[in-house]
Design a protein around this ligand. Structure first.
Ligand code: CA
Length: 221
């Protein structure tokens, strides 16, 4: 099933879009909050995102920019208020794949969604390789020398985040923010335990510790 994230803080519009998408066979997850949208899009895999721009806590443009900065490449359709062309330009600049002015016909949203999904499927694969370790973001799978590992969701988030950010030292606090849900507060001890477990499962050197700075998966950025 094609998993789509729908971000909209207007309850009536959210309900309408959700109903239509589900009737057309999409698996829809929703949120009305910018912070939560950013976290979901950053830590989970979606085939596409429908993103309203005016959102509480963190606006849609900021959400989109953060995803793109962090190499999240899923196609994003931005919903803008009618006639606000500067918003559209900003949206495209921030990395939107398409935009739709409100109000719009549901048929048009469906058509645009099909179009971005088709375009995205034609793009390069979403594989990241670091030595003998391969990350497949579509299948949410990590393999070592071609053999898939059995990782928990937490372990997968840790490995995928570090591999997407390869070549850069990721500070502990940043890593924790991305690996754990934003409303839980694990201590740095828990992170060390998690990293130890992941290293044992990997069985190869992938994650290096930079004492006092954080962790890094070495490699070209
Ligand atoms: Ca809004």
């Amino acid at each position: 099933m094609t998993r789509v994230l729908l971000v909209e803080d207007d309850a009536a519009i959210l309900r309408d879009i959700r109903t239509v998408l589900e009737a057309n066979g999409y698996l829809v997850e929703t949120t009305a909050d910018g912070e939560e949208a950013w976290f979901k899009g950053d830590t989970e895999e979606y085939a596409a995102v429908v993103l309203d721009l005016g959102l509480p806590r963190l606006d849609g443009l900021a959400v989109l920019k953060r995803w793109r900065q962090n190499r999240r490449t899923m196609p994003v359709i931005v919903l803008t208020a009618r006639g606000t062309w500067p918003e559209r330009v900003e949206g495209i600049d921030a990395g939107a794949d398409d935009y739709l002015g409100k109000p719009f016909q549901m048929e048009e949203l469906l058509a645009r969604l099909r179009s971005v999904l088709r375009r995205h499927a034609g793009q390069a694969t979403s594989l990241i390789e670091c030595g003998s370790v391969t990350l497949d973001e579509r299948q949410m799978r990590v393999s070592v020398k071609g053999a898939p590992l059995a990782l928990s969701a937490l372990e997968y988030r840790l490995v995928s985040f570090l591999m997407r950010n390869r070549g850069r030292v990721v500070p502990q606090h940043e890593l924790m923010e991305h690996v754990y849900a934003h409303d839980t507060e694990p201590d740095s001890n828990a992170l060390e335990v998690l990293i130890g477990r992941v290293r044992r499962k990997l069985g190869v050197d992938l994650i290096e510790t930079r004492r006092g700075f954080g962790y890094i998966v070495p490699g070209p950025t």
